[in-house]
Design a protein around this ligand. Structure first.
Ligand code: NAP
Length: 278
């Protein structure tokens, strides 16, 4: 992993922390698989790894960070707290740190708002405390709708720095992204390739990709990056990790972005965070 490795540009979060413009997803890899994937990803140039308590692979991510030979401040680790920690998010983050074997994480997200238990404002207060104590450099949310985001900022005066949502051309969430942009919240896209749901096989995606001499996955990831979203595609394959990372260099025309945004798939389901959540 030489100093010549080409790295992703950095985005600046509202709290001042910088975050790479693309990351590597880790679900559903186990500890052994994820450790191997992370080391490959670091060699390719990724510095952002996305994990969660619910994925059961934080131990493997932490091992890879330690084994990578990279200094801690070169790597950006995101993890998430699940619903059982909403009443005590500091304890939740302490658990993340033990499993990761790290003394801090770069970003912690509330994984789902879980409105059924109505404790996400309390969870947000806990994450603010965790940030004040230096357990985490930046704090954010996942699967929050604008109403959830409004509520945490109204209660605490502190806005989410990142909202990680299911976002890809089949479900482009334009209104929510506009809300995020207006409030200084970075949109992180999960399922950026709509994995396994026909997006990378779609003829419109193929046409856009062919016009630029790139792969369908690169065209889709460029759609995210070009519009300021931060995609976290998952792949365990060195070739696809490399391919996905190279999407940073692809620039699409406005008409191509619009053509991708217009794609739909009636069989592709959007997880409703008012009803769903681990
Ligand atoms: N916050 C949340 O609630 C939430 C929910 C779900 C996921 N996530 C996070 O988001 C990450 C990404 O989402 P995801 O894994 O569901 O979906 P995804 O990244 O859209 O798709 C992953 C799938 O696409 C394949 N793939 C990767 N690169 C490819 C390429 N260049 N060409 C063709 N196929 C390719 C992968 O297979 P190979 O591995 O074989 O390459 C894998 O099956 C997760 O890993 C996780 O970290 C968060």
């Amino acid at each position: 992993m030489g100093r010549m490795t080409h790295l992703a540009p950095l985005l600046t979060l509202s709290g001042g922390t910088t975050i790479p413009a693309i990351g590597a997803g880790t679900w559903p890899l186990n500890d052994r698989e994820v450790a191997s994937m992370c080391l490959t990803a670091f060699e390719v140039g990724y510095r952002l790894i996305d994990t969660a308590e619910n994925y059961g692979n934080e131990t493997g991510v932490g091992k890879a960070v330690r084994d990578s030979g990279l200094s801690r401040d070169e790597v950006f680790v995101t993890t998430k707290i699940n619903r059982r920690w909403h009443a005590d998010a500091v304890a939740g983050v302490e658990g993340n740190l033990v499993r990761l074997g790290l003394d801090h994480v770069d970003l912690v997200l509330i994984h789902w708002p879980n409105p059924d238990q109505d404790l996400y404002v309390r969870a947000w207060e806990g994450l603010i405390t965790a940030r004040e104590r230096g357990l985490v450099r930046a704090i954010g949310t996942s699967n929050f709708k604008p109403a959830h985001l409004e509520r945490i900022v109204a209660a605490t005066g502190v806005a989410s720095e990142v909202n990680q949502i299911q976002c890809n051309p089949f479900t482009d969430r334009a209104d929510e992204r506009a809300y995020h942009a207006a409030h200084g919240i970075v949109t992180e896209s999960w399922a950026p390739l709509a994995a396994g749901n026909g997006l990378v096989g779609n003829p419109v995606v193929h046409r856009v990709a062919a016009a630029h001499g790139v792969t369908p996955a690169q065209a889709v990831l460029a759609w995210h990056i070009h519009q300021g979203m931060l995609p976290i595609p998952k792949s365990s394959d060195r070739g696809r990790l490399t391919e996905n990372f190279a999407a940073l260099d692809v620039r699409l025309e406005d008409a191509e972005l619009a053509a991708l945004s217009a794609l739909t798939n009636p069989d592709y389901e959007l997880a409703d965070s008012d009803r769903f959540g681990h």
